[in-house]
Design a protein around this ligand. Sequence first.
Ligand code: ATP
Length: 241
Amino acid sequence: MAEAELEVRALTARYGAVTALDTVSLRARPGEITAVLGANGAGKTTLLRAVSGLVRGSDGSVLLGGRELAGAPAERIARAGVAHVPEGRGVITELTVEENLRLGELLGTTRRKRRRVHRLDGVYEMFPALGQRRRREANSLSGGERQMLVIGRALLSEPEVLLLDEPSLGLAPRVVAQIFTLIRELVDREGLTVLLVEQNARSALSIADTGFVLNLGRVVANDSAAALAADAELRHSYLGF
Ligand code: ATP
């Protein structure tokens, strides 16, 4: 198993009587974008939260490079190299762009020489709009810039695995295309492992390598992104395009 391969085995998560994830198994490889698709309530967000240790009382296995992370505290999972970018962005609006980014660095383990993309200047290179606004309050950023900021902040924590929850939410199609292109370039260049949760299945499949479709907490399909996008029945039943 490659160092940064993420493997989830029979992951089950409940909120009281609701089983939000039911024995979900999947694999995400380094240098690939793995899309997790499905309608509202399918369990996508819960999957990311369970991987990053934010859902209590889940069962099953979460392996990073063969190392078991399930049951570990969220902070240890983050330090092991899993960065979670939650839905709804989470920038700290009273801080400047650069102060927000520095928060990401605090989590970095400095376990080795930082890759360029994991340094502040690397993030500004990738997202020039952030460099131009580095001294401004995050409050003043557009939705797309905020999304860039939280991705940049996650990169500064030196992750092996990036968990992205609905990065397209609330953004104009042109901005979604721009952010997805940047994510694709990042993965190709840095060999990160990306798990991309999206309701915007068409856009997600256009940049993903493989995908998993969830319905009511279960995996109902798993194939290459191209094969999923070409499956008319699947698109109609679960992907909404
Ligand atoms: P969305 O795209 O709407 O966020 P999702 O695919 O991410 O959907 P989840 O948010 O993971 O789905 O929700 C899966 C199921 O778990 C749903 O039935 C939801 O109502 C339920 N659920 C999620 N969070 C909680 C919670 N904190 N307490 C109780 N039930 C929850």
